[in-house]
Design a protein around this ligand. Structure first.
Ligand SMILES: Nc1ncnc2c1ncn2[C@@H]1O[C@H](COP(=O)(O)OP(=O)(O)OP(=O)(O)O)[C@@H](O)[C@H]1O
Ligand SMILES: [Mg+2]
Length: 507
């Protein structure tokens, strides 16, 4: 619907215009005003698509009305057709166009001329309207974009202000063109102090002359390559050593010319310190563990000495006393004593014999003298004999080594280890035979204990974790102190072969 406002001080003219317009322009709504003031008011209120304005009017003439409308934001876009009552001078026409009227029409005019001029104005109005709408939506779009950019920038600045990393940009010569403010928390330098300077190492120093980091960064810059998490260390402005990771990528302009680098530098000093602390703690744990092992070995030796002391006391003290008591009692046998007394003497001698056997066994169990007097292989042989008579297990021993060149302590340790392995066989294996083999292999002494029992699945010590005892793990610990090792080969129902190895040298 086209809205047209006609302003004229003569109502007859207004009626004529209404008549002509409604007949010739479809969809036309004509508003009329009888004075300039009224016309301005209506123009603001109705927002017509075009205005027909008579020049000659009392109080406010058409020029004044036109000027007012063209100076008002709400009406300046409405096209105006000035209509003069008589043939005007050229100056008047120029004046009309100067103050912003879109067209001029002199009376008397043909209706067709009025209509065609008006149609042109309506077309102008429509085109302007479309342009205005486009402009408005463009303005809105730009405003939204600007807001979005603004938000992103605020977000980026907020995040980058709290992060342990700073963003930067250098130009093709390596000069800093941007550095985010966090750089101050990391390097102790304000971004203004860095912008304009060249290369990172020119304003904060490498820890040592030999430091490769500087060269690495130069090479990357030369190659114009991408780089990711390059780790460097350097000194900050207070000479504190810090660790950084640097990532960056080359940037190019629209014509693919290299224009610099953009990247991020991350402060990993906290993490590196924690890692170093962890390393230190692990080292300390390792050292403590070593100490513990040494202590264990010393404890083993002390325990062995104590066992030997008790064994000697049993053998030389109690054993001797028991033997003397038996000799004294046996001298009574020769005396003429009553039958009852002789019975008691014989019973007592029987008990004394038993006590002597038991104390001897205990002595051997505690510390078999054979180990000290004849060595490891005879001691193991003796142990196997004990097992055979007590457990109904057939035992064999084979040795390719005539004499083991080992220290006293090592001999005792190996004896205890083999005893533990044999005890395991009697305790767990349900075996009918066990074989001990002693041999040399690749500069090692090896002793294997091989049974034909039910076997077990414990190559990695998992039996222990699942509720097994301390025997095997304490063997491993003891062997560690001799730089030795324990190998277990076993399958369920296929027996077990446990081999102890120690290097021939050093022991
Ligand atoms: N020769 C073997 N045959 C079958 N199973 C064995 C044999 N040796 C060890 N095992 C298995 O391995 C487990 C661990 O043995 P380990 O000597 O470490 O502990 P333990 O004998 O159970 O207890 P501890 O030795 O502390 O008295 C045993 O519980 C047993 O299940
Ligand atoms: Mg055991």
């Amino acid at each position: 619907m086209n809205k047209i406002l006609a302003i004229d001080d003569l109502s007859v003219n207004l009626d004529l215009i209404r008549f002509v317009l409604t007949r010739n322009i479809p969809d036309c709504n004509v508003f009329t005003a009888i004075s300039g003031k009224e016309g301005i008011r209506l123009a603001k209120e109705v927002q017509p698509n075009a205005i027909l304005l008579d020049i000659v009017m009392p109080e406010m003439d058409g020029f004044q009305v036109c000027e007012t409308l063209k100076n008002d934001e709400s009406t300046k876009h409405i096209p105006i057709l000035l209509i003069s009552a008589y043939m005007q001078t050229t100056e008047d026409r120029i004046k009309g166009l100067d103050i912003g009227a879109e067209a001029l029409l002199a009376k008397p005019f043909e209706n067709a001329e009025l209509i065609s001029q008006l149609k042109v104005l309506l077309r102008i109005n429509r085109a302007e309207e479309q342009l205005r709408k486009k402009n408005e939506s463009l303005e809105l779009f730009i405003k939204n974009q600007a807001e979005e950019i603004n938000n992103n920038e605020t977000r980026f600045l907020q995040i980058s202000d709290y992060a342990h990393e700073f963003f930067w940009e250098v130009d093709s010569k390596g000069k800093f063109t941007y550095v985010s403010a966090v750089v101050e928390n990391i390097l102790g330098l304000k971004s203004e102090e860095i912008i304009g300077k060249k290369y990172i190492f020119d304003f904060y120093r490498a820890v040592s002359e030999k430091d490769e980091s500087k060269k690495i960064l130069f090479d990357i810059f030369k190659d114009k390559s991408y780089y990711n998490n390059i780790e460097i260390s350097c000194l900050d402005s207070t000479n504190r050593k810090i660790w950084l990771t640097i990532s960056g990528f080359p940037i190019y302009d629209k014509t693919s010319d290299f224009i610099g680098y953009r990247g991020v530098t991350h402060d990993i000093t906290g993490r590196r310190k924690a890692e170093e602390e962890l390393k230190k703690s692990l080292l300390k744990i390792k050292e403590d563990h070593k100490k513990l092992k040494r202590l264990n070995a010393e404890l083993d030796v002390a325990e062995e000495k104590e066992r030997r002391r008790i064994a000697e006391y049993l053998h030389d003290g109690i054993g001797q006393l028991l033997s003397i008591a038996r000799i004294s009692l046996s001298s009574l046998q020769k005396k003429s004593l009553s039958e009852d007394v002789i019975k008691i003497v014989l019973k007592s001698m029987e008990l004394l014999n038993e006590a002597i056997v038991r104390s001897r066994n205990l002595t051997y169990d505690l510390s078999p003298p054979i180990l000290y007097e004849l060595g490891l292989i005879p001691a193991i042989r003796w142990k196997l004999n004990q097992i055979e008579s007590n457990n109904k297990i057939e035992t064999t021993i084979q040795s390719d080594v005539s004499k083991l060149e080992i220290s006293n302590d090592t001999r005792i340790l190996l004896y205890r280890i083999v005893s533990e392995l044999l005890t395991n066989v009697t305790k767990h294996a349900e075996a009918s035979s066990v074989k001990v083999n002693i041999y040399n292999e690749n500069q090692d002494y090896c002793i294997s204990v091989h049974d034909n029992g039910k076997g077990f699945n414990d190559a990695d010590g998992s039996t222990l974790k699942n509720g097994g005892g301390f025997g095997l793990s304490s063997i491993r610990e003891r062997l560690d102190s001799l730089q030795g090792q324990l190998d277990i080969e076993s399958k369920i129902n296929k027996g077990a072969k446990v081999t102890v190895r120690i290097p021939i040298l050093n022991n």
